[in-house]
Write a protein of this length. Structure first.
Length: 615
């Protein structure tokens, strides 16, 4: 669903023409015959189903006049049952339940959804987003009105001024974002996953969390691998079943553990549950390249008796993505994401509109040493020592002691938030007066009260989530504009809750990532992938794409250099070192000097040049 609207705060009636003009600016195609306009005094709302996706929004009005809109696949979690399907009645449920439970009822919704609630009696507007959801509303408020939509182009069409938020931009440039709700455009906010924006005339908009998932603190003890794997398999079965439409879906199969797990589980479900929906594996292949995973894909095909639709992508289309930035005011997609954007056309040709991805497997099920500082603090030294690895020779003992010092003692002494990374090519004089140090300290204090343990903080990976927000916003909009709804079963609330209730000691093994996932999906995975270590890296694609666009030298005539943000000579020198390593399969010793960081310079320079944002 594409929707947008305006809420007047000055007592004037809202104009339907404004909402229609906003909707007309949509990047996602809108069928004029399906446009719906809801006007209620100070509120006007325009929306239309996405015709390419074959699904619209769930709309309802309660007897008390409360208007509810739910966009996306949503169902209600019932404490008495695993899942209570609503068959498209999520908005009706919200409209009736909101009167008695207010916004607490939002925590019961499963799926990737957006919700809009309008109470004309109190002139109250609530915008909410599913925890870990990818559907995003953006909001702009001033003294007279609140403008909202699912695309930045909606706000621009409503006359919102697009001016650079220098502080947020500076944090983005240095990969040190301290918030997720702020954008690089002044006054424009996104509603983060698991949060809502409560707006009433005469009051400042209030943003707050409604999700109980963040309060789920991983336990310190351990459980059996078999019990944890069984619980995870149940959750994954439910998540995959919910994500697949009755008419079927594609699954993006790379040959890695995450995508192979979803493909295998999806193809096991029909024989066990009578689910007849088609699940088509779709794979990107790179013949002759080191990141080609054709052999792994073939192993999945042979194990499951399926044939993947293989797509050999073309090069990064610079003209297309520069035009995309101008149309959407979003950042251009990164090279690996742009490769995936060549899948929608063949998927649509197969008559499918939903693609399942393995996004989230690394986030929730990797199994890492986040719990080690908690074990050390609690005095659980025996399990901590066992998890430090094998070996009793002097060299092995020294290695284990160094590892414990680095991963257990040092984080316990320093705290949960890592030191701020340094980028020598960012000019410090350009950052003066932006209050970056104060914002960083406020973030450290805020995160210190939000997360109850090192493991709790590490599992949520808050810094990477803040950094990824603009990238994921752009990717989500691009796939929707291409007529595809990407769904991510590993981000399903049931799967994440299951992962968060697993002790770190159960998930972690010294020589094996995703231990519980491998056990949960053992029957659905080829033995070779069940034992696979590592994954393909796309550094060469970043290198080729950057060089095809002219390399970092193109920044010399761009706003990053012209406005004094970067020292281009220093950036080029570090780039050449990283690029030389990438050509030989190496990696920089300093993560902040990776090719992805240098791509971000190109990405932000492109955005400043083409997005129409005034400096």
């Amino acid at each position: 669903m594409t929707f947008c609207g305006e809420l007047r705060l000055d007592g004037r009636p809202a104009a339907p023409e404004t909402a229609r003009a906003m909707l007309a600016a949509s990047v996602v195609p809108v069928d004029p015959d399906s446009v719906r306009v809801h006007t209620d005094g100070p509120l006007t709302l325009a929306g239309a189903p996405d015709p390419a996706l074959g699904a619209g929004a769930d709309l309802a009005t309660s007897p008390t006049g409360l208007f509810a809109l739910v966009d996306g696949p949503a169902s209600v979690e019932n404490p008495a049952r695993t899942e209570d399907r609503l068959a498209g009645a999520a908005a009706s449920w919200l409209a009736s339940t909101f009167a008695t439970r207010d916004t607490t009822c939002l925590d019961d919704l499963l799926g990737d959804w957006l919700a809009l609630l309008w109470d004309p009696c109190s002139t109250r507007l609530v915008l909410a987003r599913a925890v870990l959801g990818w559907r995003r509303p953006v909001v702009y408020a001033d003294s007279t009105r609140v403008v909202f939509g699912t695309e930045l182009s909606h706000l621009r069409a409503a006359g919102v001024p697009f001016r650079l938020a220098e502080t947020v931009f500076a944090e983005t440039l240095m990969c040190t974002q301290t918030t997720v709700h702020e954008t690089m455009i002044q006054g424009v906010q996104r509603v983060p996953g698991g949060e809502l924006l409560d707006i009433q005339a005469g009051k400042a908009p209030q943003r707050r969390s409604f999700s109980s998932l963040l309060t789920q603190v991983p336990p310190l003890g351990s459980t059996s691998l078999a019990a944890s794997a069984s619980s995870l398999r149940t959750a994954l079965d439910a998540a995959v079943t919910s994500a697949v439409l009755p008419g079927g879906a594609a699954v993006q199969l790379s040959g890695g553990l995450d995508s192979s797990t979803l493909t295998g589980i999806g193809h096991r479900l029909p024989s066990r549950r009578g689910v007849g929906a088609r699940l088509l594996p779709v794979s990107l292949v790179f013949p002759g390249q080191p990141h080609d995973e054709s052999a792994w894909i073939a192993a999945v095909e042979e194990h499951l008796g399926v044939t993947a639709l293989r797509v050999e992508p073309g090069p990064y289309d610079w003209d297309r993505w520069r035009a995309w930035v101008a149309d959407t005011a979003e950042v251009p997609p990164r090279p690996n994401a742009a490769l995936a954007m060549q899948l929608p056309e063949p998927v649509r040709a197969e008559g499918l509109s939903v693609v399942l991805t393995g996004e989230g497997g690394d986030d929730w099920l990797k199994g890492w040493r986040y719990h080690w500082p908690d074990l050390l603090r609690a005095g659980h030294l025996a399990p901590l020592w066992r998890q430090s690895g094998p070996g009793r020779r002097p060299r092995d003992l020294a290695r284990r002691v160094r590892l414990l010092g680095r991963a257990a003692y040092r984080p316990l002494r320093q705290g949960r938030v890592m030191p701020r990374p340094a980028f020598p090519w960012v000019r410090p004089e350009r950052l003066k007066g932006l209050g970056l140090d104060d914002r960083w300290q406020q973030m450290v204090a805020r995160d210190g009260t939000t997360f109850a343990s090192h493991d709790h903080y590490g599992r949520w990976a808050v810094m990477p989530r803040r950094q990824a927000a603009p990238i994921l916003d752009s990717l989500r909009l691009a796939t929707a504009a291409a007529g595809i709804d990407s769904r991510h079963p590993f981000h399903d609330k049931r799967v994440v809750r299951c992962a968060l209730t697993m002790p770190g000691s159960t998930m972690y093994a010294p020589d094996l990532t995703k231990r519980v996932m491998r056990a949960a999906a053992h029957d659905a995975l080829p033995p070779a992938i069940g034992r696979r270590r590592g994954k393909a890296r796309f550094d060469l694609e970043v290198l080729r794409t950057t060089e095809a666009g002219g390399g970092l030298r193109t920044l010399a005539a761009g706003p990053l250099a012209a406005d004094g943000w970067i020292d281009l000579t220093g950036a080029e020198s570090a780039w050449e070192h990283a690029a030389g390593l990438a050509r030989t399969g190496g990696l920089p010793r300093v993560p902040q000097h990776s090719l992805g960081v240098f791509w971000q310079l190109v990405e932000l320079d492109t955005w400043l040049t083409h997005a129409g944002v005034q400096g």
